[in-house]
Design a protein around this ligand. Structure first.
Ligand SMILES: C[S@@+](CC[C@H](N)C(=O)[O-])C[C@H]1O[C@@H](n2cnc3c(N)ncnc32)[C@H](O)[C@@H]1O
Length: 189
């Protein structure tokens, strides 16, 4: 019995070590949201001084940094798996003069603490969004706005949908078509 216990402890220690050492693979490629669309997303979500904005998969940090520098959000955070992008995003926040209110962290977005958000921004692959939706439903305060670039959350109903064409999208997706979907976290019953 003691041997079994020792083996179980050794196994769980080994599993934890492997888990800690295995880097999480990005499930979405890095494709920055064009600046015109950054503005459209933040405007549609009505970002303002009361807001704390979190971008899941934050790339070079443009959504959160623009939210604070231009739309005067009180602060924000980005979670990103690629350490080079995290470094670049923090440098961009410093250049924009908002490093005291904005932080980019190297972290798997599925384990990120999102509880402080009043606005969450997303530009992720469709096959991630079911899991993202489940996380947000559990962890966000009711009423929090969630804005998704191009891809819908699978079971929430958007409160607003905006479609437009922009040439900035052509080199990214081969089409000018863009859709922005705005959601509000539903009340928990
Ligand atoms: C399409 S880009 C969007 C970047 C930024 N949000 C924007 O709109 O400009 C998706 C980003 O998600 C990051 N990513 C993918 N899987 C991730 C994960 N599990 N955790 C954190 N970041 C992830 C990628 O490295 C990439 O930078």
């Amino acid at each position: 019995m003691r041997l079994f216990h020792a083996a179980a402890v050794a196994l769980s220690f080994a599993a934890a070590t492997v888990a800690a050492q295995t880097p999480v693979k990005p499930e979405a490629p890095y494709v920055p949201t064009p600046t015109e669309i950054v503005d459209r997303m933040l405007t549609l979500a009505k970002v303002g001084p009361g807001d704390y904005v979190i971008d899941l998969g934050s790339g070079d940090g443009r959504l959160v940094t623009t939210a604070v520098a231009t739309y005067k959000a009180r602060g924000g955070q980005g979670f990103e798996i690629d350490p080079k992008l995290v470094k670049e995003a923090n440098a961009n926040a410093a250049k924009a003069g908002v490093a005291d209110r904005v932080k980019f962290v190297e972290k798997d977005l599925f384990t990120a603490d999102v509880g402080e958000a009043t606005v969450v921004t997303l530009y992720l692959m469709p096959d991630m969004l079911g899991r993202v939706e489940a996380k947000l439903a559990k962890e966000l305060k009711p009423g929090t706005r969630v804005i998704s670039h191009d891809y819908p959350l699978p079971s929430w109903q958007p409160v607003d949908v905006v479609r437009f064409d922009t040439g900035e999208k052509l080199p990214i997706s081969g089409t000018t078509r863009t859709v922005l979907l705005l959601y509000r976290v539903p009340d928990r019953r």
